[in-house]
Structures are given as structure tokens and as C-alpha cells.
Design a protein around this ligand. Structure first.
Ligand code: NAD
Ligand code: TYD
Length: 377
């Protein structure tokens, strides 16, 4: 039986991680809420070194309600500004909080940045994952040298490890890895190290590979928040190549519900694919986003359409991703809850409503990065 008490979440200040913490504390919806579970008496420890993508503003409500904003005895949430590659600090955190579960989101996550500067991806995604695994292996060792079986290391990964699909077919859990970008190759490497720790040392692990997430708190260099904020600001909408690449989109809470289900019920040593079964060509998705954002902002669709700008394609741009998620559905009973129509509208409204959150990013150090690296934004 997994203990699931003192849970180390890495990358909790990023997009999916911050949504996951909201989910666990019942702040995004009633489900997932650990406080509805009388057996939960533990802590959530968020370890994040706050790269450009980490943003504590996304967790201000959690900090106030469950962290430093409450009396020490009631405190359930702890933030540690630590790099996952920093072994002494990670060892200290395991010991200090007596960690029994790791849910590992932290990563360098943007494909375009991995093309411009791959080194950080290798450091964080490969060496950082290795460091966490190795510290867990040592901390969870029993006196006889065997590993505890009430612990778990869950690794979050991407469908991009499987490579690129043609017009047909789906990635399954047994699809051979064929990563093509520095980002996906670093994630593929980390997946292999996770599996190696299971096979070699018996470290209790689970692993999940998910398609493109959308929803609140996503850094505005990724397609959807970028397009929504550019439409709001009357800026160009940069489409790579012909805009005919295909991605499968899933609402972030549907992904996070799957992660929590795997952490609770997934079979140790197994990997699970998570998908939206919701494929969109980039350009068709952009038309949809324009329609919704224009309606919310009172702009004319025809005017916004004129700002679509076809730009140089991403080198090695993967054509199509699509996931077969039969395994998690049939073996763990997972289902998506959010329809794309509803989720996309909610997302557009969220970015328009939370303009301070997004403006703080757009006007911070990210501004210089965009000016240096992108001519068309
Ligand atoms: P993100 O870039 O929004 O957030 C990453 C977080 O990790 C940030 O808070 C950042 O500060 C932190 N971080 C980065 N390097 C770190 C380090 N060395 N030490 C400590 N913290 C560090 O990423 P995301 O979109 O939330 O993705 C989370 C995870 O999900 C990643 O592992 C990613 O590969 C995976 N994933 C993402 C998607 C997607 O569509 N976004 C899809 C499938 C899988
Ligand atoms: P992105 O959000 O970067 O996710 P990923 O590359 O991990 O799938 O991009 C989603 C798709 O949108 C991808 O095919 C690249 C494309 N894209 C654009 O056409 N223009 C943009 O400005 C961005 C950021 C992405």
C-alpha cells in the first residue's frame, strides 16, 4: 500500500505543476482534494528553482490558505526554491520532510528553446531526473538494503518521445521511442533512466506520457496563451510553416486527474499514455481561437484573421502527435471530463480575465528574450 503522505512535487510553479497543486488542494474543482481524504495527514512540498517558466504568482492562493499564510501547526504546503540538480539540497529535502512520494513535473519544456539552447534541457531533464531518482533510491533504502514498497516516484513525460506520426496511426505504450528535438530527446532519456531505476534497483516508479496540455497558468510562449494574448494586444499571430502540423489537445485538469489516478492506483513499473483524442491542425485551431477571443474582446474576426503571419518553420517540426490511451481507460478507469468546446472557451476567458498574471510575464525579462529571438512577435 502506498503511503502518499509527504509528497514532493517538482516544477510546481510551472504550468501543469501549479494546476496539479490547485487540483490536490481542491482549488480548481472539488475533485482530487486531499482534504476530503481523512487518511491524508501529510504535506505537499513544491521544489522549483523558478526558471523563467516558474511563477509563484500562480500559487499565491495556495501559499495563503495552506502555506506560510496559516499557523505552523495547520500548514500543509511548503515551497523550496531549489534546483533538482542540486543533490545536497534534494537530500536535505527528502530528510526534512520525510518524503514518501515524488511527482516529478520539473523540466525545461519548450521545443523552440531547446533548439536555441539544448544544454539546459540535458542538465535539468536528464541530470535533474537522475539526481532525484538516485536520492530517492538512497533515502528509501531499508536496513537490509532492499527498497521500501510503500513509496512511489511518478515521472511526467510527453508523447513527443515517440517521434512524429504520418496521417494515420497512434502512439501506444509499446511504440518505440524516436525523439527528434533536443527537448524530446532529453525527455526520452529521462524516461529511460526512470525505467532503468525500476529494473535495476527495484525503485517503485510509474511513468506517464501525455499530449499537448491547455488551460490556465501556461507560459505565453506556448501556442494557445501566445495566440490569445497576441489577439488581445493586436499583435501578429506567428504560424510555423503552413500551419498543417497536428497536435492532440487535452485540458490540464484531465491530465492531472490521470496523474493522480496513476499515483494512487497505477501498477508499479508501468507506463501510461494520456491523450485528449482531440486532434487539431494548428491553423484550424488558430481560427477557432480567433473566433472565441474576438467574441470575448469585441474585435472583428476579419480584422484578427489579417494578423495571421506565416513564419519560417521550426527545424525538425514533428508533423503529428496522437495518443492511444486505451490502457489508462480500461485498466484504471480514467475518463476525460472537459469537452474541448468548453475547455477552450474557459481558457480564452481565463487569460483575458487574468491579464495581470500574463502582463507581468510579458513585461518582465521575457520581453528581452522575445526581442532577441523572435522577429515576428
Ligand atoms: P513549464 O515549463 O511550464 O514548467 C516547468 C517548471 O519546472 C517551472 O516552474 C520551472 O521553474 C521548473 N524547473 C525547470 N528547471 C528546473 C530545475 N532544474 N529545478 C527545479 N525546477 C525547475 O512546464 P509544463 O508545461 O508545466 O510541463 C511540466 C511537465 O510536463 C514537464 O516534465 C513536461 O515535459 C511535461 N509535459 C508537458 C506537456 C505540455 O503540453 N505542457 C505535455 C506533456 C508533458
Ligand atoms: P507548442 O505550444 O510550442 O507545443 P509543442 O511544440 O510542444 O507541440 O506548439 C504547438 C504547435 O504550434 C506546434 O506544432 C508548433 C506550433 N506553433 C506555431 O505555429 N506558432 C507558434 O508561435 C508556436 C509557439 C507554436
Amino acid at each position: 500500500m502506498r503511503k502518499l503522505q509527504n509528497i514532493l512535487i517538482t516544477g510546481g510553479a510551472g504550468f501543469i505543476g501549479s494546476n496539479f497543486i490547485h487540483y490536490l488542494f481542491g482549488q480548481s474543482s472539488a475533485e482530487g482534494n486531499l482534504f476530503n481524504d481523512a487518511n491524508f495527514t501529510g504535506k505537499i512540498v513544491n521544489v522549483d528553482c523558478l526558471t523563467y517558466a516558474g511563477n509563484l504568482e500562480s500559487l499565491a492562493d495556495i501559499e495563503a490558505k495552506f502555506g506560510s499564510g496559516v499557523a505552523e501547526a495547520d500548514r500543509r504546503y511548503f515551497f523550496e526554491k531549489v534546483d533538482i540538480c542540486d543533490r545536497p539540497q534534494i537530500e536535505r529535502i527528502f530528510k526534512q520532510y520525510d518524503i514518501d512520494t515524488v511527482i516529478h513535473f520539473a523540466a525545461e519544456s519548450h521545443v523552440d528553446r531547446s533548439i536555441l539552447g539544448p544544454e539546459a534541457f540535458m542538465k535539468t531533464n536528464v541530470m535533474g531526473t537522475f539526481t532525484l531518482l538516485d536520492v530517492a533510491r538512497n533515502y528509501w533504502k531499508k536496513e537490509d538494503g532492499s527498497l521500501r514498497d510503500d513509496v512511489l516516484f511518478h515521472h511526467i513525460s510527453t508523447d513527443e518521445v515517440y517521434g512524429s506520426l504520418g496521417e494515420t496511426g497512434y502512439f501506444r505504450e509499446d511504440t518505440p521511442y524516436d525523439p527528434r528535438s533536443p527537448y524530446s530527446s532529453s525527455k526520452a532519456s529521462s524516461d529511460h533512466v526512470v525505467m532503468a531505476y525500476f529494473h535495476t534497483y527495484g525503485l517503485p516508479i510509474t511513468l506517464s506520457n501525455c499530449t499537448n496540455n491547455y488551460g490556465p497558468y501556461q507560459f505565453p510562449e506556448k501556442l494557445l496563451p501566445l495566440m490569445i494574448s497576441n489577439i488581445r494586444d493586436g499583435k501578429n499571430l506567428p504560424v510555423y510553416g503552413k500551419g498543417d502540423n497536428i497536435r492532440d489537445w487535452i485540458y490540464v485538469e484531465d491530465h492531472n486527474r490521470a496523474v493522480w489516478l496513476i499515483v494512487n492506483k497505477g501498477v508499479t513499473g508501468e507506463k501510461y499514455n494520456i491523450g485528449g483524442e482531440n486532434e487539431w491542425q494548428n491553423i484550424k485551431l488558430l481560427h477557432k481561437v480567433i473566433e472565441l477571443t474576438a467574441a470575448q474582446t469585441g474585435k472583428k474576426v476579419e480584422d484578427v484573421e489579417k494578423t495571421i503571419t506565416y513564419v519560417k518553420d521550426r527545424p525538425g517540426h514533428d508533423k503529428r502527435y496522437a495518443i492511444d490511451c486505451t490502457k489508462i481507460k480500461t485498466q484504471l478507469g480514467w475518463e476525460r471530463k472537459m469537452t474541448f468546446e468548453e475547455g477552450l472557451l474557459e481558457t480564452v476567458k481565463w487569460y483575458l480575465k487574468n491579464s495581470e498574471w500574463i502582463n507581468n510575464i510579458l513585461n518582465g525579462s521575457y520581453k528581452q528574450w522575445v526581442e532577441k529571438n523572435y522577429a515576428n512577435r
